[in-house]
Design a protein around this ligand. Structure first.
Ligand code: GLU
Length: 501
């Protein structure tokens, strides 16, 4: 790649950043890092009606949490700033004028009522109304008004828009890195609005002007923008600028059924679709962070939505991703979103974490249950149960018996508490009491010797023993639990079971 790679994430601040947007940001980030390029963030806020306060901050915080912050943006290395389109407002008019002068654009005065009426009559005749080459010579615009008339109307303050004059009868041969060669017929395109008389450019004009001025080398964005690609390429041609390369990412699809993943799918199936929590008047949607996902796991599963490195490998660190990422290995087809797989990724990262690091996250949860403990003890607990957890907040349910005696006993397991059990448990207490070196291995040897010598069946002791300590038939190696909770607590729990079962 000869010229410097400069890619951008260009969201509109219209609400919380959806997971699809996060993936777009991630793929831009990875591509930039892979090619020692620059990843920048531009806020596309020209549509004032859709502006949502807080959305911009939310986008920045989300990228930061995920560890994929931009190299350039508002307040950071503003080489091509401002990075907020509303602050670049003064720039766009001259470019719209340039297209008017070169004949690539024209003024249109048609009111929205005019257009509505036209739309309705066209539809009534069984056709669709498109503002394009077939009708533009008959509508109220600078192609049908004299230059003097146009100047007069503008001077009089009449509302107008500037429309792109799409070329006629041309087959456009375009290339997309992911999709290969694509053909578009210019006759099927409409003459899109580029600029409005309120002084604001539309998305199309601002996007092209900024990508040019900010020296964007590659446009990597969601598939929903593919239909805009011919217009964008034509705009570059109209300005006489070199167009960037394009890569349109596949959609993220619903876990079940057809179509694009939506916020509602998340609500219905109980998984987040936002990185961080998002509060609106209607309520709060929790994000991946609040649901206990590690940012590394989120990055990893998002990277696998539509991409792989050609092997069976699924676990990649961010650094590894930046080394291996390749736009040519992105699939064209949509990627089904699998919430179970996301949990699996989180589990993998949880297991990989140092026990002590996990204990640091888990200790406050333990304390919130009214238990006083310490990091060493919690570290050992974590080590013995983490294999079964997807999230840190699941650790309590998997390990509460390390901290507190059971308050109830599993009914099914309690059926194994037979008539002779209390007597056996009393003998077990005597055996335990006599053990000096209270370690797992030693306790196990002594208890098993006692059972063999007295010809007591394993199940007769081990099942009620576990039930007394844990309250159910689960948990790690029983003698490890015995060592951890200690002699006194072990005996107390057996006594309690004798009394209550
Ligand atoms: N502002 C557009 C969006 O919200 C950007 C599309 C593009 O990347 O060109 O997705």
């Amino acid at each position: 790649m000869s010229k410097q790679v400069r890619v951008r994430f260009a969201p509109s601040p219209t609400g919380a950043l959806h997971i699809g947007g996060v993936r777009t940001a991630l793929f831009n980030y990875l591509f930039a890092k892979k090619h020692n390029g620059v990843f920048f963030l531009r806020i596309e806020d020209t549509d004032q009606n859709r502006f949502v306060p807080g959305a911009e901050e939310y986008i920045m915080e989300s990228l930061e949490w995920l560890g994929i912050s931009p190299d350039e943006t508002m307040g950071k290395n503003e080489k091509f700033g401002p990075y907020r389109q509303s602050e670049r407002k003064h720039l766009y008019k001259q470019y719209a004028d340039q297209l008017i002068h070169s004949g690539w654009a024209y003024y249109a005065f048609d009111t929205s009522e005019d257009l509505d009426t036209l739309r309705k009559t066209t539809e009534a005749a069984g056709n669709t109304f498109i503002y394009n080459h077939t009708v533009r010579e008959t509508l109220d615009n600078s192609l049908t008004n004299s230059p003097e008339k146009v100047a007069e109307r503008i001077a009089a303050g009449e509302d107008f828009v500037i429309r792109f004059k799409t070329p006629v009868n041309e087959t456009l041969h375009l290339t997309d890195i992911i999709r290969g060669d694509i053909k578009f017929e210019s006759n099927l395109l409409d003459d899109k609005v580029l600029f409005k008389s309120d002084g604001m450019p539309t998305y199309h004009l601002a996007n092209i002007v900024d990508d040019h001025l900010m020296e964007t080398s590659h446009v990597i964005r969601g598939e929903e923008w593919l239909p805009s690609m011919p217009l964008h390429v034509l705009l570059y041609r109209a300005f006489g600028w070199e167009a960037p390369e394009f890569a349109h990412l596949p959609l993220i699809l619903k876990p079940v059924g057809n179509g694009k993943l939506s916020k509602r799918d998340g609500e219905k199936l109980g998984f987040p679709v936002f990185p961080l929590q998002w509060k609106t008047e209607e309520g709060t949607s929790l994000g991946y962070k609040e649901n206990g996902f590690f940012p590394e796991a989120v990055i990893n599963f998002l990277a696998m939505l539509g991409w792989n490195d050609g092997t069976e490998q699924e676990l990649f660190s961010l650094t590894e991703l930046t080394e291996k990422f390749d736009l040519n290995r992105i699939h064209k087809a949509g990627a089904k979103f699998d919430p179970e797989k996301n949990k699996w990724f989180n589990h993998q990262y949880l297991v990989k974490k140092e026990d002590k690091a996990l204990a640091e996250l888990f200790l406050p949860i333990v304390e919130s249950k009214g238990v006083s403990s310490n990091l060493d003890y919690v570290t050992k607990v974590v080590a013995s149960v983490k294999e079964r957890a997807h999230f840190v907040n699941e650790l309590w349910d998997l390990s509460d018996y390390f901290f507190v005696a059971p308050t109830s006993y599993d009914e099914k397991a309690a059926k194994n508490w037979k008539e002779e059990t209390p007597e056996l448990m009393k003998q077990l207490i005597v055996v335990l009491n006599a053990i000096e070196n209270f370690t797992s291995v030693n306790i196990e040897t002594i208890v098993k010797d006692w059972m063999t010598q007295n010809e007591i069946g394993m199940g007769k002791v081990m099942q009620p023993f576990r039930l007394s300590l844990v309250g159910k038939m689960m948990g790690p190696h029983l003698f490890d639990i015995v060592e951890m909770i200690g002699k006194e607590e072990t005996i107390k729990r057996i006594e309690k079971a004798i009394a209550s079962l």
